[in-house]
Write a protein that binds this ligand. Sequence first.
Ligand SMILES: [Zn+2]
Length: 379
Amino acid sequence: MKYCKTCLTTDLRPNAQFSGGICIACRYATTSSNGSSSLKLRQLEELIAAAKKKQRSKGSYDCIVGVSGGKDSTRQAHWVRDRLGLRPLLVCAAYPPKQMSDIGAENLSNLISMGFDLMAVTPAPKTAASLALESFEKFGNVCKSTEMSLFSTVPRLAIEHGVNMIFWGENPALQVGDSAVEGVDEFDGNNLRKLNTLTEGGNDWITSFVTESYKAKHYFYPGEIQFKRKKIKIFYLGAAWDDWSNEQNSTYAALQGLTLRPGDEVETGDISNASMLDEEFTNINMMLKYYKFGFGRATDLVNEKIRGGELSREEGVEIVKKYDGVCSDRIINGFCDYVGIDNNRFWTIANKWVNVDLFDVSGIGRPQPKFVVGVDSES
Ligand SMILES: [Zn+2]
């Protein structure tokens, strides 16, 4: 396992791309300071003008903004309405009731109370629970089906409602270094369909599992032909303003009434207390990611701060050592209850996905790291 020389990204990250020992996100961070954010905002506005159909006269929405009960949503919704002057329809692929947190529900109603139109779509609850277990067994990912539903619902509704512009917040190519989704420029989200979670394993595992096609369709990303026919364009907002980051977004959102989770980092491993507010099972995925690839969410958050000059790489190492892979038994037991398995079964499945070059696995229980954070190793 090799680390980026600037941050703590490793070459085991799916679709990682290193050049001269530096990851794609760090390379972008040094080049992007060349363009001012106001110039980028103008570029984005020009792209939007080109994509915009004459929908206003029909009284319909200009665009769809994909939202959740999380921190980025509040900022995105305001930005699109107040800075870009567009009429957005907010679309949320909500979680089934047993997965959705009270905080997530509060944050969604906060968005509605700020005057936005919001459409929430929820999957059939029993199908969602059994697909979560199937995702875990088959892919070592408790949220794969949830993520598929999240990314697919927004373009599906855009196509159904004849709205051709979609906004997401962060560009995964630039923020975490997933090169597969890189577009023609930093705003271009039309390669989102290549996101690892959407492509890995295809759709067949869902159709073979969920026999009613109307329930299965909830999880499928619309095809390229449908995108072309409806002239659907996806834009990332993050690149257009210079203070887009996890921390800035949660500060902004908190000022607008978003509920955070202070003090929860010992349970969730989330040092920002602001990611994954709307449900808790993603924390399990962050732990599983750590066991598979040797890095977790603390690494991603720390990397952002290293690139922003807020932390040194050495300070980052200490935080990552403390928080990567943290996820409490309470959260794990909540998932077990949701999908109908016991704790032993959970660790039996989880430990099949552990990278044994990086971790010691002994029987049922939590694996122990064999590597040193920030130091390259042979595995
Ligand atoms: Zn890096």
